[in-house]
Design a protein around this ligand. Sequence first.
Ligand SMILES: Nc1ncnc2c1ncn2[C@@H]1O[C@H](COP(=O)(O)OP(=O)(O)O)[C@@H](O)[C@H]1O
Ligand SMILES: [Mg+2]
Length: 474
Amino acid sequence: MMADDWTELYRPQGLSEVVGNPKVIKDLRQWAISWEEGHPVHKAVVLMGPPGVGKTSAALALAKDLNWGVVEMNASDQRNAEAIKRVAIRGSRSETFTDEGEFLSSKDGRLKLIILDEADNIFGREDSGGIPAIAELVANTQQPVILIVNDFYELSRKSSAIKNSTLQLRVSRVQAGTMRNVLRRIAIDQELEVPQRVFETIIENSNGDMRAAVRDLQAVGEGNLNMDEDDAFVLQSRMSVKSMYDLMRDILHDSDVRRARRTQMDVDETPDHIMMWLDENVPLEYKDPEDLHRAYLHLSRSSMFLGRVYRRQYYGFWSYANDHNVIGVCSAKSRPNRGWVQYRFPSYIMKMSRSKALRSMRTGIARKISEHTHNSTRRSAQDVLPYMTEIFRADREFRVSMINEMRLSTEEVAFILEKKVDSSEVKKLMIESEKARALKERPESPAVPAVDDKEEKPEKRPEPKGKQASLFEY
Ligand SMILES: Nc1ncnc2c1ncn2[C@@H]1O[C@H](COP(=O)(O)OP(=O)(O)O)[C@@H](O)[C@H]1O
Ligand SMILES: [Mg+2]
């Protein structure tokens, strides 16, 4: 975590610093006291609400106020279902465990607050085993549990056990006035002069998301001690730029076609890019086979038009592709989708950029070879690199001297060996070549003192520049 991240710097340190939602804070306190007194009516609390309103902060602040330990589990990972289950079982048998979830037998430990953050992700996946694990946790835990979700619908629909055995607290968006106070306090602490217009623009754009507001204040405020009205204007135009995630939400989640269309005009993205994003994310939102069928029909049409755009170089077809992408896919659903979905970056683009990265790695190495062999980069890549790779893999001495002669980077070595950059083979090899180089560069101070005093001049290597050198001289 960055030390100068204002959202962390100004994270509430106690419940009294969590602004807004006074009723939720009061209920949370009362629930904690019932745990302290040893007879909680509800073993677990569900904090639900939109992002950036202080859910995580409130849970952490509560633990701090009561001097409880904290076991934080990010539920976004499937593997964590197992960890959750372990804690559930351990928690039911033992008094306490460490912050890492390790069992402690001593009975004098403090209570540990188990925080399951972003639990939506687990409820979104029927097959992950996360739901029964959490149901078990909230039923059997001997430690207080807080579940944090964005959307309660999925949770209540998928598990009535969880719904019925927990205390649910709804955290609302932070109001403008409250937000203004917090932003003012931060500005004073940072010795910032912030014009009223800038505050108002930030607050307006945040839509009750306090994290976003603090982040925006940092974005305009840092290194800009004397802001003026122009900053408000710049801010405004920058903030009106919508992201691909907004567009996905408007197309896939909601049914307001007009709004989806407006958002599409606001985002600066080409239709083929939008199509790839939809292709990746449609199945995350659309569960009804009919909806899916219709949505992909539109995407295939869009793809057809895009093909024509590139074949005929006629960009007029872009608008047809866009209509299928936006209006077609949006209206393919029979009703608005429920639940909260984490949209994914298209795997196709990811794969492409990965292979692009590999290509540029190959070219980089070939360029180094060509400097030494005076071949073209292309010939080096085609004719020399394959042989070099084989010898490199087979011959230890060759490896070490190649690394030093060509100044191969760790990434390049990993690429040639087809190993991970942080694998032990690569690390060992880099250390070895480092040592060999040090020895070569300072031969007068060897690790073992020379037996006789006669000064041995280090043999100077011929400069590779300007002179034809065979690869195999190394
Ligand atoms: N109610 C709040 N009171 C004070 N600061 C808040 C509040 N909500 C959010 N923040 C600010 O935003 C940051 C992120 O809040 P967080 O609790 O992580 O939100 P959530 O978990 O609801 O997404 C906090 O560190 C703090 O700077
Ligand atoms: Mg959070």
